[in-house]
Design a binder for this molecule. Structure first.
Ligand code: ZN
Length: 678
């Protein structure tokens, strides 16, 4: 299920708020650009408040960050069978290279290496398309031969067969071309290059799980979440990720550090949840994972919190297997007042939601919401990271135990800090009054949109009895994100936000409305290559909403695309009517979800969310190119170092923000790579 918020590079890029001026401290590295290559910008984030934490909390965080880093190889391997071999070869060549660093092939190779480090493998983190090398096969082969001679350890780790496969992976565009294929009609398993399935067809996988599922089970496990599905002796079977199973060496290191963290747990519930997590990693039992998830969800009081496991399933075209990730964080008390206000009013919002009353939740269960600062990002949350998370994903746990929702403020802060004066608003926003509106209110309304989407949107509404939660199939993620976004958009314009003290101007919401329509209709297209469709669920959802509103507002001229000096601009003529349209579409999407109306959902997605107008697309790309803003951003982590006294006891944890992008990757490969040593 789709419970994570990805920043539209655009929303961050669009923020040029003067209200942010207080973050322009030259000594504060938040938002500093560490590296820039291909379509990527790597930024630094800082961890405000870490130094002020008591030693026990710092130690707790430290061991949890070690547990986070220990899982890095798992995600690389999940993302593709030859990724770990590719990384060892590519890093080996780069680190052993003693030729001319201005050489054209070397330069292109350096970019390629940075790309695969960012994608945790051979594929773009967002489009999931395979990277294209800009260096020649000849050059690379020469480097590889050199490496094998100079560095026998790499030669020992990589079998000749793996070496050949890595060559094909890099240079044969038709070989394993896409990590996650969502194209309607294809066998999504056979045509996806991820390493979550092997030797099985989509039909076989679906039959296998259908036979296991009991439609009357009110508390189903998350089938396939922590397994690779293979065929052995003609029979489909699952290989669990666990100690003694797949990825054992990495999981052992995770568990070792969870055990070290355990004495510092803040509450009994937190202690028990960590014990259950360890048990789950040891046995691979998904019932234990549910027990852990419930304890974790109900434990809302600790300052320090973390996720560590197989969580989100975007990397699986069937949406079952979880990509390994970890985020360690602690509460930002001041900023959390905002989300607490929203979640305390959850029932108020639910009762007034513009959907058929049958689809409303009679009782919204504890949506706990807080604002956090991330201490480390790892696995699927690194280097590209979400700005908000809402977990757990299991529907029945959410219904009976609620969910935890967070906004990661030091990450959104770093995005904002990085976006000053990049010229985006001047290029794409229609006029000065609208730019002024964005300057003044986009930061707060964008944060509120995230809060509302996470705390209320995903948790709102209910399925009619007997409706299969997976009924919307391949369109489930897109429609779920659409629903959460519409809920947030609809309520952002509600006067109740002023009554709650969350906004101080009844027109503030217009800033987010303008940015949302601009992004959905135009500027997010800069992330799509010419000629390609929109594929990623969040991008589809934004396009669906914006295009639908444009078309359905036509007769009343609610929103239009106008041309000035040969450039296209979004013009919103009637913000109140636009809100009504958002409410209307929310009612329909909720109906589709509640009734499991696959046909209607598929029709909306296909009609509004996928196809790109090539002329407008070209214009956006050209205008964007002139600004030289990277479409995608990610982060390097801080470095945590224990400070020891003369008896070797840890007396403090030091945090620094100086490590660069590739050095960080190489350090991780050297110190946190249990799956690459043979
Ligand atoms: Zn979401």
């Amino acid at each position: 299920m789709a419970k994570r918020i990805l920043v539209a590079a655009i929303c961050a890029a669009a923020i040029t708020s003067s209200a942010m001026a207080n973050h322009l401290d030259p000594k504060n590295p938040s938002g500093t650009i560490v590296d820039r290559f291909a379509d990527i910008e790597v930024l630094r984030y800082t961890v405000p408040g870490f130094n002020e934490l008591p030693l026990d909390r710092k130690l707790f965080i430290y061991y949890l960050t070690e547990a986070a880093l220990a899982g890095r190889d798992i995600l690389w391997d999940q993302n593709g069978k030859y990724n770990l071999a590719l990384r060892q070869i590519a890093e080996g060549i780069y680190r052993n290279y003693d030729g001319n660093r201005d050489d054209k092939n070397f330069k292109a190779f350096e970019t390629y290496l940075k790309q695969i480090e960012f994608g945790n493998g051979a594929y773009h983190h967002y489009s999931t398309d395979k990277f294209t090398p800009g260096f020649t096969q000849n050059w690379f082969e020469g480097q590889l031969i050199n490496l094998m001679k100079k560095n026998p350890e790499v030669a020992k780790n990589i079998s000749p067969d793996e070496g050949r496969m890595v060559m094909r992976l890099i240079f044969d565009p038709a070989f394993m071309p896409k990590r996650v294929n969502q194209a309607e009609g294809a066998d999504l398993i056979l045509t996806s290059a991820n390493n979550l399935y092997e030797g099985v067809t989509q039909k076989e996988v679906e039959e296998y799980f259908n036979a296991k599922k009991d439609p009357n089970d009110k508390t189903p496990i998350s089938y396939g979440l922590n397994t690779k599905v293979v065929k052995e002796n003609g029979k489909v079977k699952e290989l669990p990720y666990k100690i003694g199973g797949l990825y054992s060496a990495a999981i052992e290191r995770i568990v070792e550090n969870l055990n070290k963290a355990l004495p510092y747990a803040e509450t009994e519930k937190q202690r028990n949840s960590i014990i259950e997590l360890i048990k789950y990693y040891t046995t691979g039992d998904l019932r234990t994972f549910d027990t852990y998830s419930i304890l974790w969800t109900e434990d809302t009081t600790p300052v320090v919190d973390f996720i560590n496991g197989f969580i989100e399933s975007y990397g699986d075209p069937l949406g079952m297997t979880g990509a390994w990730e970890s985020i360690v964080n602690f509460k930002n008390a001041k900023a959390s007042e905002r989300t607490e206000t929203i979640s305390n009013a959850a029932q108020w919002f639910e009762d007034r939601s513009p959907v058929d009353p049958r689809f409303r939740k009679p009782e919204v269960k504890g949506v706990s919401a807080k604002v956090i600062n991330a201490a480390i990002l790892a696995g699927d949350a690194y280097p590209s990271t979400p700005i908000g998370i809402n977990l757990p994903n299991a529907n029945w746990i959410r219904a009976s135990h609620g969910s935890k929702s967070v906004t990661i403020e030091n990450i959104t802060q770093a995005y904002d800090d990085a976006s000053h004066g990049n010229g985006f608003n001047e290029e794409f926003v229609i006029d000065q009054p609208t730019r002024d509106l964005l300057d003044k209110y986009l930061f707060i309304t964008d944060n509120l949109h995230t809060d509302l989407h996470e705390c209320l949107g995903h948790g709102s509404g209910q399925l009619l009895p007997g409706v299969d939660p997976d009924a919307l199939k391949a369109h489930g993620s897109t429609l779920e994100e659409t629903r959460a976004d519409l809920f947030a958009l609809y309520y952002l314009a509600d006067p109740h936000l002023l009554e709650l003290g969350l906004l101080d101007n009844p027109d503030a919401y217009k800033a987010e409305y303008y940015k949302y329509m601009l992004n959905g209709l135009m500027t997010q297209l800069m992330r799509i290559e010419p000629g390609k469709d929109v594929e990623e669920a969040h991008m589809r959802n934004r396009k669906l909403i914006a295009e639908w509103a444009l078309e359905h507002g036509k007769k009343d001229n609610v929103v239009e695309l106008v041309t000035k000096n040969g450039k296209t601009y979004v013009k919103i003529n009637d913000y109140r009517r636009l809100r009504e349209l958002f409410g209307k579409l929310l009612a329909e999407i909720q109906r589709i979800k509640s009734e499991g109306d696959y046909a209607a959902g598929a029709k909306l997605v296909e009609q509004y969310a996928v196809k790109v107008d090539p002329k407008l697309h070209r214009e956006v790309l050209d205008r964007y190119a002139k600004l030289s803003i990277a479409p995608y951003k990610g982060f390097v982590n801080p470095v945590y170092t224990p400070v020891l006294d003369d008896k070797g006891r840890i007396i403090d944890i030091d945090v620094t923000y100086e490590e660069d992008y590739l050095p960080q990757m190489f350090r991780y490969s050297d110190n946190y790579s249990p799956l690459t040593r043979k």
